[in-house]
Design a protein around this ligand. Structure first.
Ligand SMILES: *[C@@H]1O[C@H](CO)[C@@H](O)[C@H](O)[C@H]1NC(C)=O
Ligand SMILES: *[C@@H]1O[C@H](CO)[C@@H](O)[C@H](O)[C@H]1NC(C)=O
Ligand SMILES: *[C@@H]1O[C@H](CO)[C@@H](O)[C@H](O)[C@H]1NC(C)=O
Ligand SMILES: *[C@@H]1O[C@H](CO)[C@@H](O)[C@H](O)[C@H]1NC(C)=O
Length: 227
């Protein structure tokens, strides 16, 4: 009896899956889907998200060569890729353009230890996928933890749709959405994020236009909100 029922179920499934009506409903597939679903697996699982190679993505988008170079040198690219592979969580990466790095002195980075450089790179990501539509909600959670761990937080601001990401010494705007399909979001930013844990006392050279009060300092050297 049970065997017959299973055979019947399989037959019905086969008819349903192979009938032109159901085939027409799905979007045109690049290749014919070979269907061999045992009855125990019905209903068919949703198709797995397409695998995206982050290094290849950053290489063709951008120009993001400086950031990609640092990711590869420190192997943080593998950490990011492993997180991107966790399709239920995903990743959100804020990628500074090459011009953002060019605006900083070279010594800004050469002075960092390799662990600090890794932390700086991890600071540019959230270990979760966020479409832009969720940033308004996310900003209600400020300060938001980054991939670098709990002291390394960012604040998000949404000024009438213009979203900025705020670190201690820089507040880059999201200039474009490079890629945003679950589980991966990549947003281009026009400045490097500079957390106070790595650049505590002074703004690194090249960031003088935005000077903020570091903990313990009583007077900001430049007033807020001048631009
Ligand atoms: C991510 O997944 C791809 C495809 O399954 C695999 O080739 C790659 O090694 C994975 N990378 C990491 C860092 O887990
Ligand atoms: C890097 O270190 C040198 C020597 O300690 C110092 O003069 C320079 O200001 C530092 N640069 C940055 C960006 O912190
Ligand atoms: C934002 O939060 C509100 C209420 O907290 C909720 O109704 C809404 O769906 C959320 N929007 C997104 C995009 O998550
Ligand atoms: C984020 O906002 C909180 C609360 O307004 C503030 O204390 C913190 O310094 C801000 N952090 C950054 C990185 O701007």
């Amino acid at each position: 009896m049970e065997f017959k029922a299973a055979v019947f179920t399989a037959a019905v499934l086969a008819v349903l899956l192979c009938s032109p009506a159901s085939a027409q409903k799905s979007p045109p597939a690049p290749a014919p889907v070979s269907v061999s679903i045992p009855p125990s697996l019905a209903p068919a699982p949703a198709p797995a998200p397409r695998y995206v190679d982050l290094a290849a993505l950053l290489d063709v988008a951008g120009p993001f060569h400086t950031f990609l170079g640092y990711l590869q040198k420190t192997k943080v690219i593998e950490t990011f890729q492993a997180q991107a592979n966790k399709t239920d969580e995903g990743i959100t990466i804020f990628v500074p353009k090459d011009s953002a790095f060019a605006a900083l002195k070279k010594s800004t980075f050469s002075n960092l230890t390799s662990d600090q450089l890794k932390t700086l790179l991890l600071y540019h990501a959230f270990p979760k996928y966020y479409p832009l539509a969720q940033f308004r909600n996310l900003s209600s959670l400020n300060p938001v933890n980054t991939f670098a761990g709990s002291p390394y937080t960012l604040n998000l601001t949404d000024d009438m749709g213009s979203i900025s990401v705020e670190s201690m010494w820089s507040k880059p705007k999201i200039s474009s959405s490079v890629y945003a399909t679950k589980p991966i979001a990549v947003y281009s930013i026009n400045k490097v994020l500079l957390p106070m844990q790595l650049f505590s006392k002074d703004p690194p050279p090249g960031t003088a236009r935005r000077t903020r009060r570091a903990p313990g300092m009583s007077v900001p050297r430049i007033a807020w909100g001048c631009w």
